[in-house]
Ligand binder design. Structure first.
Ligand SMILES: C[S@@+](CC[C@H](N)C(=O)[O-])C[C@H]1O[C@@H](n2cnc3c(N)ncnc32)[C@H](O)[C@@H]1O
Ligand SMILES: [Zn+2]
Ligand SMILES: [Zn+2]
Ligand SMILES: [Zn+2]
Ligand SMILES: [Zn+2]
Ligand SMILES: [Zn+2]
Ligand SMILES: [Zn+2]
Length: 459
């Protein structure tokens, strides 16, 4: 058969397009092998490291980060510390090969501009390979915690008629005059430092984004409905200060790396803490946390980890807190958690009675996540579903069958007997997969599952 030039050109274009797609598929497969994927539906195993930011900018760094795996350090005699506390142990992988194993900062991770501490570790000898000059860094003194409750103490010394000046540089209050430029404030505001302190917003470090007023109300209501008497906030200072202010009858405790909070709160309610390594910077802090557990009949742990958190160490920390609570003679069934995470790492937490609320978590001043329609952050909890009450929030409806609030666009699938959409509107039921799938997914016979067109995962 003789083909026209036009036909040949079209066939060539099709072939090129196919080759391009095949190349993309290979990249995708390689990324899968390295436990990194932007599409968690394809995750065969849990991945070891995730990021919450869309990977458009800084894509090299983020892709790189996908190759890091956090290793347990329980059986090691010593874990080195940088000036930000104990380090995490990482494997850097290139495909299945481990390129290097090293300790690095648990706060700033692989962001050398904030902390370039790195010590090679030999897995065979279980020894740290210290190079010249590193020893000094390793022994770097931990910064001292200072001035718990300094601001409330200073307030008690002031006369009721004094004008209270808050100085953001000194992080302290002064009656009537002070040498720095500062503003008069209401005394009440001083119980809410997240409204006064500028957020620490180092990318991949503290990533301090405070909840919007609406999210604060939703979580506060959940705390009230749960009727727990102890609330442990890990990296959730705005929740802590709100519950503390409006429910003085409840036990509250804040663990956060940001030590500026020490000046606003007493040591029996706040401790500087590194959440991925379960480290207290003040040796008196853990006994105080134990007192909090002792005094609480039931506990709700609320954590909003920084964007890009490593999940294994975080979940380990939550388990550790549960053990501490149980060690005071209480049943772990009275220990609840609420973890604030982006949707695509949901598989990590969706087990043991954990469920994901459709509520769209928003943050003050975050360029994307201040908008309910753009945020991908959700609440994951093992609290009863009635605790997340969205009656007064626009954009949600109550599903009787699921017994929870869902987004207006969510549709109850009779076959799954659940409101299955997680994002992007209604999901469609695939009979072959026997579950609901994302709207743009099509069933692929080769892979025996649904996926985006051209995204085959089979060889
Ligand atoms: C995304 S913000 C969450 C704040 C929360 N949305 C609120 O409004 O209360 C993360 C918080 O965790 C703290 N943090 C970041 N890395 C930490 C770490 N490794 N250990 C303990 N706290 C950390 C930050 O200081 C910050 O307060
Ligand atoms: Zn460090
Ligand atoms: Zn000052
Ligand atoms: Zn439903
Ligand atoms: Zn379905
Ligand atoms: Zn299917
Ligand atoms: Zn396929």
């Amino acid at each position: 058969m003789v083909h026209s030039e036009e036909y040949k050109a079209k066939r060539l274009a099709r072939k090129q397009k196919f080759m391009q797609q095949a190349k993309k598929n290979n990249v995708f497969k390689a990324r899968r092998r390295n436990n990194f994927s932007r599409r968690p539906t394809f995750q065969a195993k849990p991945y070891h490291e995730n990021h919450n930011e869309p990977p458009k900018q800084d894509s090299n760094t983020l892709r790189q980060r996908g190759f890091f795996q956090v290793l347990p350090t329980d059986d090691l005699p010593e874990v080195p510390q940088c000036s930000h506390g104990p380090c995490l142990l990482f494997d850097k992988k290139n495909g299945p090969e481990v390129e290097e194993t090293f300790f690095a900062c648990a706060i700033y991770r692989n962001h050398t501009e904030f902390c370039d501490f790195k010590l090679q570790f030999n897995k065979e000898t279980k020894e740290i390979e210290v190079k010249e000059g590193e020893e000094a860094e390793k022994k770097k003194k931990k910064k001292k915690i200072f001035g718990y409750n300094r601001i409330p103490k200073a307030l008690t010394e002031m006369k009721p008629t004094d004008t209270v000046l808050y100085c953001k540089d000194c992080i302290n209050v002064f009656p009537n005059k002070h040498e720095c430029v500062c503003e008069p404030v209401d005394r009440d505001v001083l119980a809410r430092p997240t409204t006064l302190l500028p957020p620490v917003n180092e990318q991949h470090g503290e990533s301090q984004f405070f909840f919007s007023e609406e999210t604060l109300q939703v979580i506060t209501k959940a705390v009230e409905k749960s009727e727990v008497d102890g609330i442990l906030c890990i990296g959730a200072p705005r929740i802590f200060e709100n519950i503390r202010a409006i429910h003085p009858e409840k036990n509250v405790f804040l663990l956060d790396y940001d030590k500026r909070f020490a000046k606003f709160f007493p040591s029996k309610q706040y401790a500087q803490y590194s959440m991925l390594v379960d480290h207290f910077f003040d040796k008196n802090a853990e006994p105080k946390l134990m007192e909090f557990f002792q005094n609480s009949k039931s506990v709700l742990l609320i954590t909003d980890p920084p964007f890009g958190v490593f999940m294994e160490p975080l979940l380990k920390t939550i388990e550790k807190m549960k053990e501490r609570f149980a060690s005071t003679g209480k049943d772990v069934s009275s220990f609840y958690s609420m973890i604030v995470l982006p949707i695509y790492i949901r598989k990590y937490v969706l087990h043991d009675n954990f469920w994901m609320s459709d509520y769209r978590v928003t943050y003050d001043g975050h360029k994307l996540y201040q908008h309910p329609e753009k945020t991908i952050v959700r609440l994951f909890t093992n609290l009863p579903t009635e605790c997340i009450d969205l009656k007064k929030i626009n954009g949600y409806k109550f599903c009787q069958s699921c017994d929870r609030f869902v987004t207006e666009k969510n549709v109850h699938c009779k076959r799954c007997d659940a409101c299955t959409s997680v994002e992007q509107g209604k999901w469609n039921h695939c009979d072959l997969c026997d579950k609901c799938v994302k709207p743009r997914y099509v069933h692929c016979a080769d892979c025996a599952r649904c996926h985006l067109y051209g995204r085959c995962i089979q060889k």
